[in-house]
Design a binder for this molecule. Structure first.
Ligand code: MLT
Length: 407
């Protein structure tokens, strides 16, 4: 008899953003005249940068000719892209990362979700609250948690990110084995300084722990003092894996490309406590379960690093950051406390005691504006909503006008 993975029964019925999409579709069906503005899921709205389109076209043209056609590519990505990533995203910032430590993939959601399968099931995991739900749900699916009680899965160490601690997780009081960090943070938009990240790197070294560092939003950092990668921190090569995405950097949400960095020194430990190279394990996993990102998409990604590509990508990110300014200005005028929106496309708004799902419903039904209820990211988000800056200036301005009329 074929049987279920019982861990799935511990999960909430649907994934946060599918749940929201269902509610919004239902509302639209019942109110066909409503002009809904979506500031919920962080999905980009502007076209790919022109240089990326050129690269994409060039890749497609090569596929159309027997002489230049490509079949299976290297699972870890083509060297032309990996070299550029290492040089422009890391070495240019003084971070010692090499092309053969880069694993090109179809995005950070898949990689952050998949990476946990390299670890034992009885490890102790520290996870921020609020948190991007993929880290949590994939560990639930793998059986690393108990049941969901009072808004939390049993067996995990939750790190509360609250106003009192500037939305930064505190080092756990007990030793943990795996730590999830994300900066600039999704959902709060909070950022971490080099000194703050150094505390985590030191902690991981002392405890033989591993940090999974999600840097999907690093392109939004405009403050030069803030680290763009965890590898700007001394010692991070031994204890941190970093996830990157072109989704929010270059508008690739529908194009799909990102990468994961696994430094060669990074170690995990077997049942006897002997060190194992994580790079070899991830190579084994990646080459077995993944066949590489399509050639034209990698050509499009490569174009991000050309002189023109860099200018265009910066302009794209600036466009969304301008929206974030508009949102910040409005929530300030309305007297709400918030964090984020400065080096991040997300604004985490304190709903002044309102339940986050009620706040979500109010904005949907009275303003036809979609946000993300904070509770979807964890217990600490119960009284918050997340507003995303991903939409056109016109729509964001209109949405903010409606918020002013509604609240
Ligand atoms: C979000 O809205 O949190 C992100 O768009 C989700 C994702 O990147 O998968």
């Amino acid at each position: 008899m074929i049987r279920t993975n019982e861990n799935y029964s511990k999960l909430k019925a649907s994934y946060l953003f599918s749940d929201i999409a269902k509610r919004v579709d239902e509302y639209q069906k019942n109110n066909p005249e409503a002009n809904i503005i979506r500031l919920g899921i962080g999905d980009v709205t502007k076209a790919l940068p022109k240089e990326c389109i050129k690269g994409f076209h060039a890749g497609v043209d090569e596929m159309a000719d027997d002489a230049t056609f490509r079949g299976y590519g290297p699972e870890q990505g083509y060297d032309f892209l990996r070299q550029k990533i290492a040089q422009h995203d890391f070495q240019s910032r003084g971070a010692n990362i090499h092309a053969d430590e880069i694993f090109v993939s179809d995005g950070a959601k898949c990689d952050t979700g998949n990476f946990q399968e390299l670890f034992a099931n009885d490890i102790k995991i520290a996870i921020p609250d609020p948190v991007y739900p993929v880290y949590l749900d994939t560990n639930v699916m793998a059986g690393r948690t108990g049941t969901f009680e009072n808004g939390r899965y049993q067996g995990l160490i939750y790190m509360d990110c609250l106003k009192e601690n500037h939305f930064l997780p505190k080092l756990p009081d007990e030793p943990v084995d795996l730590i999830y960090l994300c900066f600039p943070n999704n959902p709060t938009g909070a950022t971490a300084t080099k000194e703050e990240l150094a505390l985590w790197v030191d902690y991981a070294k002392e405890n033989r722990a591993l940090i999974l560092f999600d840097a999907a939003y690093e392109a939004y950092i405009r403050d030069d003092e803030l680290p763009r990668t965890i590898y700007e921190i001394k010692g991070a090569r031994q204890v941190a894996v970093e996830f990157r995405s072109y989704s929010k950097t270059a508008g690739f949400t529908g194009t799909r490309c990102g990468y994961t960095v696994v430094p060669k020194e990074c170690m995990i430990y077997d049942a006897n406590g002997d060190a194992v190279f994580l790079h070899s394990m991830w190579t084994r996993r990646h080459t077995t379960k993944f066949n590489g990102v399509s050639y034209p998409v990698q050509k499009a990604a490569e174009a991000i690093y050309s002189d023109q590509g860099k200018v265009q990508v910066k302009a794209l990110v600036d466009y969304y950051l301008k929206n974030a300014d508009i949102v910040r200005q409005t929530v300030t005028e309305l007297g709400f406390d918030y964090v984020g929106g400065k080096n991040s496309p997300y604004i985490w708004v304190d709903g002044k005691g309102r339940d986050s799902w009620e706040f979500f419903d109010l904005l949907l039904k009275k303003a036809s504006v979609v946000c993300t209820p904070g509770a979807g990211f964890g217990k600490c988000g119960q009284n918050y909503i997340r507003i995303s800056a991903f939409n056109s200036h016109e729509n964001v301005q209109l949405a903010m006008k409606r918020l002013k009329e509604t609240l």
